[in-house]
Design a protein around this ligand. Sequence first.
Ligand code: ADP
Ligand code: MG
Length: 320
Amino acid sequence: DLLISQIAAGEVVERPASVLKELLENALDAGSSAIQIQIEEGGVKLIRISDDGCGIARDELALALTRHATSKIASLDDLEHVATLGFRGEALASVASVARLTLTSRQAGANHAWRLVGETGATPEPAALAAGTVVEMRDLYYNTPARRKFLKAEATEFAHCAETVKRIALAHPGVAISLAHNGRTSFQLAKGDAAARAGAILGDDFIAEARRIDTGAGPIRLVGHCSLPAHSRARNDAQYCYVNGRFVRDKLLAHALREAYQDMLHGSRHPAYCLFIEIDPAAVDVNVHPAKTEVRFRDSRAVHQFVFHAVQKALSTPAG
Ligand code: ADP
Ligand code: MG
């Protein structure tokens, strides 16, 4: 019911950027190859995501807004994927309980699209749309004004949204992604390879200087780019780490990277990296909250050693 959903929403819908993250993950789960994001007033007024994915059937639109009804966890095997992407079948329901949500969707082969305005008991109405889905969230926290007070200035909320998009975009270079705020394009990312995507997000200086890493040992593999910025223009937050496709901000990994960079950095230079760890899902703890960015490795020492050595070695070889 609504109250339970609103309480659950506290976990999922911390701020506009958390809504955006859930909606983006859904668009990616739907197999989209192009995603357009429009945001107004930092995401409080509007978050609109339009994708070209598989779409939602008319009769599933209402289900999509129901708690737990549509969880993608169908088997024990799937539970392991919870560690990587955090499917839990309540994101849309939670968002619908604290904002005005509209789903418009058309599956390939359908005659037209259907639209559902997210209110209990509502039935879908015919709508016009090419194949894919448009999810529109308006007026976040309109019915829970106490929550609204915790939101920061529009620019801050938008910065969180943009950062969320960048984190996801780095891990999905094969998907074209555009972002606009208050009618102005922030960025437009063409589909390409990982290096092109990293260059588009972290800057061409980054990629020009970056050392490429692609190395594995047993159940773990490290792929990506790390660089020693030549000038202080480098963003000091250009530090992206992923575990099995999911962005993480992890103390253990941060420590391994700091150590690897220690002798290489001088003065105010900041390490910049975009690194993807692929690891046997059984070697990562699945009981970590999916909305959080931390992970727990079963053998944290081995992971630390592996990442430290791989990055240190990469940094000590010349760029190019
Ligand atoms: P979960 O992603 O954990 O299943 P959500 O509440 O995020 O739960 O989404 C509910 C369901 O709505 C999804 O399982 C999916 O079937 C459907 N859905 C949501 N967004 C999209 C989309 N952009 N394209 C296709 N289906 C979608
Ligand atoms: Mg989801």
